[in-house]
Design a binder for this molecule. Sequence first.
Ligand SMILES: NC(=O)c1ccc[n+]([C@@H]2O[C@H](COP(=O)([O-])OP(=O)(O)OC[C@H]3O[C@@H](n4cnc5c(N)ncnc54)[C@H](OP(=O)(O)O)[C@@H]3O)[C@@H](O)[C@H]2O)c1
Length: 226
Amino acid sequence: MLNITILGTGSVGSTLGRRWAQRGHRITFGSRNPNAPKVRDLLSQCDGNASAATNDEAITADTRVVVIATPWPVTLDLVRVLADQLAGKVVVDCTNPLRNDLDGLSIGHDTSAAEQIAAAAPGAKVVKAFNSTGANNMENPKFGEQNDDAFICGDDTHAKNIVTDLAQQLGFDVIDSGALRVARYLEPLAMLWIHLAMHQRLGRDIAIKLLRREKPSQLTPAHSRV
Ligand SMILES: NC(=O)c1ccc[n+]([C@@H]2O[C@H](COP(=O)([O-])OP(=O)(O)OC[C@H]3O[C@@H](n4cnc5c(N)ncnc54)[C@H](OP(=O)(O)O)[C@@H]3O)[C@@H](O)[C@H]2O)c1
């Protein structure tokens, strides 16, 4: 059982928090208005394992994992305010730095939302995760016999192991994609999902899956270096 703080009670934050609470984790939702009816309703679905607080009160000494599930335009300001509290925590960045028209990313190529969050919160163990699929797939990652892939990246192996475990508990297959700077690739991957779902009208019941001919344990070192 982990103490997990989730910043943001929208589609992503509420889905991840509710599902982890239902698996026995202790969730604290950080919200601008922890007494709002939508937050009360969310808590009522969390099997008694969740509470809500303001964002600056939601992270405590017991908190192991902090999930950032806020709109990108407000995220860095929020992270800067909470930077001292985030030090030493596993910080799961779900954000995508979307432009307002949802037709592209506002940053990229030589940086990423995840790297900017890490720079704004020194000492936080930032892991990019859950950004490249829809909140509906966080509710149900099953596609027949297959599972949606959670592509993750980060610089701290232990933090990635914790996030891997949490993602697998929700039913995801996890693809460790490498260091945190790989978020520069995972954030555009989300843009592809959004484009296919919305602009190509494939709808939200889609997921991007990595196919492999060999299991990871069968990869030779030469393969691993590619
Ligand atoms: N929706 C998806 O399918 C999806 C999938 C992957 C990644 N993402 C990314 O994940 C993040 C969250 O997405 P979402 O769809 O969950 O967004 P959302 O439904 O708009 O919810 C975001 C939540 O952030 C909080 N928030 C909003 N404005 C804020 C502010 N000014 N200051 C502090 N908190 C604020 C709100 O919670 P309170 O009202 O409780 O404060 C709000 O419910 C975004 O960066 C998005 O790009 C979304």
